[in-house]
Design a protein around this ligand. Structure first.
Ligand SMILES: [Zn+2]
Length: 276
């Protein structure tokens, strides 16, 4: 059994001061490898979801443009694993994407179509007509991105606008024919998640020792969970100088907690649109 060393206040403080959470990432990855897990990018897992064996799916949402994305990519290259990076329109980095594709990593689109629509039109609620407009807009966004890189999958970004109106961007492709959108997969695909036993999402190190839900890699490996999705945002693993300062101040004023009680929800606001 692996022992957890990543769930104490001391760990949080030391990680913030040393800015070395990527060392713990290496430990998670090596622990999975040593315990018989095959590590896969998202679409590759989807295409092989019915195969036997234990899988750890590595997914990254690049919410911010910073050196942390390259640091995470270099770390994974050294470990000999491949993952999927989802870039927002605003965080897309052409040089980095080229390198990722050359190394066999997957690159996808972190879309926020409904959130953008809400920002521009400020509706009180999202109606069917809004959904139809957003679907067409998403198709255009995907087609534009496909001119720049080998986009196979997309993944919904959770913006404050989505939370405010309680609607995830992925309602746009829920139960849709992916071919109509020019993709193989949406990363929160309903059928794929029937094969996923644990969905782990990272957080700022001060929140739940760096995990958004109760699940974390060490417990999932100890439990021999068969298929694990591990979503890590690069900015939570390597801090900029400003972020480090913010984290230090927050720690000094007691703004941290050791465990999260949040529960993962695959999609919000979909029920109204299930029959479209
Ligand atoms: Zn995001």
């Amino acid at each position: 059994m692996l022992q957890r060393t990543d769930n104490t206040k001391k760990y949080i403080v030391q990680t913030v001061l040393k800015n070395n959470r990527l060392d713990m990432y290496k430990y998670y990855i090596n622990s999975a490898i040593n315990n018989g897990y095959e590590l896969l990018p998202v679409v590759e897992f989807y295409e092989r979801r019915n195969e036997p064996g234990k899988h750890l799916v590595l997914r990254h949402d690049v919410d911010y443009k910073s050196i942390s994305t390259r640091k995470m990519f270099e770390t994974e290259k050294k470990l000999g694993v491949r993952s999927t990076y989802y870039f927002r329109q605003s965080t897309y980095d052409e040089k980095l994407v080229r390198e990722m594709e050359e190394c066999g990593f997957e690159v996808g689109f972190h879309y926020e179509t409904i959130a953008d629509y809400i920002k521009e039109n400020n509706p009180e609620a999202i109606e069917q007509t809004d959904i139809e407009k957003c679907k067409e807009r998403l198709k255009q966004e995907i087609s534009d991105n496909k001119k720049k890189y080998n986009l196979k999958s997309i993944c919904s970004h959770g913006a404050p606008e989505n939370t405010r109106l309680n609607i995830s961007n992925n309602v746009l492709v829920e139960n849709a024919n992916y071919e109509d959108f020019g993709i193989i997969l949406e990363a929160y695909d309903k059928e794929m998640y029937e094969h996923v036993d644990v969905h782990i999402m990272d957080e700022n190190i001060r929140h739940g020792c760096g995990f958004a839900y109760k699940d974390n890699p060490i417990d999932a490996i100890n439990n021999q969970s068969r298929n694990i999705v591990f979503l890590a945002h690069p900015n939570h693993w390597y801090a900029t100088a400003l972020q480090k300062l913010r984290d230090c101040i927050a720690l000094l004023t007691g703004k941290y907690y050791l465990e999260s009680d949040r529960v993962f929800k695959r999609i919000a606001g979909a029920n109204e649109y299930n029959n479209m």
